[in-house]
Design a binder for this molecule. Structure first.
Ligand code: CP3
Length: 338
């Protein structure tokens, strides 16, 4: 197995080039993914083990990335909790029955029932693992971000409902976060048992929180999850939009790496956090630049992180659906050729 990615997560990459993988590397910018999506809806791809395994491999038809990420979605919890999850073609995820009251929280299915509903994910891991020559990442959403979807019922620009609940009834909001954290811990333990080599936690919407709120509603639950996984000895990467702002707090979790949003100045981050793995952080829109400009921007990031034994090349957020395939190809070649 190509070990570059896991070596970087241990801070031990001795080769000149960093490992590279991309958030949303399996997605609509890939012709073979679009072909599968023409035949199956998104949730069927996520929830049919054979299909999820197949989609996980789609980017490897085009480029030799250094890690695979299991094809799935952080919102499967909404399906496991029977809240009517579906993905509308134009508007993204919809949760038909958002969580709205304290009694909604009390009536959620048991952990056992909810974990039973995501068993296809564990099966997909066992199917894809033997077909990979690189490490496999498992993942989950973090409690605050998942709570925001479960409450808003869709992607929201400001999380108004979520933040109103959080501030007006913090006790029941914490109760919801606890229940989500318990699900995430069970879900990740199942993924580890099925064979993933590393984990990434997505707390995408942390950027909406002020520092004290971040500590109370994001960091505390990330800490709970990290503590529960510690004995499994699997490296954990944490990602937020806002990781550039909350990098020092995230480092207290002692993650194997922090995935930096595109706002972070990487050399400054390295000075601030000499002991933590760093992943990121090319702005996904740079992949729309013409060849020479793209090469310059990738080169600039490679140059400032040159020789860093704990650096993983990635974007600051996921690959956008309209991204030209040739740009991703060029990026991977530039990183590997460094
Ligand atoms: O390749 C990979 O990165 C692995 C698979 C993966 C997906 N979603 C596939 C997906 C992962 C790790 C995610 C995480 C995820 N999902 C996050 C956290 C990361 C982030 O992007 O901030 C969030 C917030 C979601 C929720 C979600 N899923 C949204 C908001 C959307 C709609 C937006 C969009 O891009 O369409 C999805 C759908 C989704 N998840 C797609 C993919 C490939 C597109 C669905 C399609 O094929 O139509």
């Amino acid at each position: 197995m190509s070990a570059l990615f896991l070596q970087a997560l241990k801070g031990e990459n001795a080769s000149a080039a960093p490992p590279v993988w991309l958030m949303r590397q399996a997605g609509r910018y890939l012709p073979n993914y679009r072909e599968l999506r023409a035949r199956y809806d998104f949730l069927s791809l996520c929830c049919t083990a054979e299909l999820a395994a197949k989609v996980t491999l789609t980017p490897f038809d085009y480029f030799p990335l250094d890690a695979a990420i299991l094809f799935s979605d952080i919102l499967l919890i909404a399906q496991a909790w029977q809240r009517g999850l579906y993905f509308a073609e134009a508007s993204g995820p919809i949760i038909d029955k958002p969580i709205a009251t304290q009694s909604d929280i009390e009536q959620l299915p048991s952990l056992e029932v909810a974990l039973g509903a995501v068993e296809s994910v564990f099966h997909a891991i066992t199917l894809v693992k033997p077909q990979l020559s690189v490490p496999l990442l498992g993942f989950a959403g973090a409690p605050f971000t998942l709570a925001s979807y479960l409450i808003e019922g869709k992607s929201s620009p400001n999380l108004n409902k979520t933040k109103q609940w959080m501030m007006s009834a913090p006790h029941s909001f914490h109760q919801l976060l606890e229940k989500i954290a318990d699900f995430v811990i069970g879900f990740l333990k199942g993924q580890i048992a099925a064979g993933v080599d590393a984990i990434q936690l997505f707390d995408t919407w942390a950027l909406h929180l002020a520092p004290a709120q971040f500590n109370e509603f994001c960091l505390a639950y990330l800490e709970k999850i990290m503590a529960a996984l510690r004995s499994a000895n699997v490296p954990v990467i944490v990602f937020c939009k806002g990781s550039s702002v909350y990098a020092e707090q995230l480092a207290t979790l002692k993650p194997a790496a922090i995935s930096m949003d595109h706002l972070a100045d990487m050399p400054k981050m390295r000075k601030l956090l000499p002991q933590t793995g760093l992943q990121g952080n090319l702005d996904p829109s740079v992949l729309f630049a013409e060849k020479k400009l793209l090469a310059r921007q990738v080169q600039a990031l490679l140059d400032v992180m040159r020789g860093d034994p704990a650096y993983i090349f990635n974007l600051g957020h996921g690959v956008l659906p309209q991204t030209p395939l040739a740009a991703v190809q060029q990026l991977v070649e530039l990183v590997h050729g460094y």
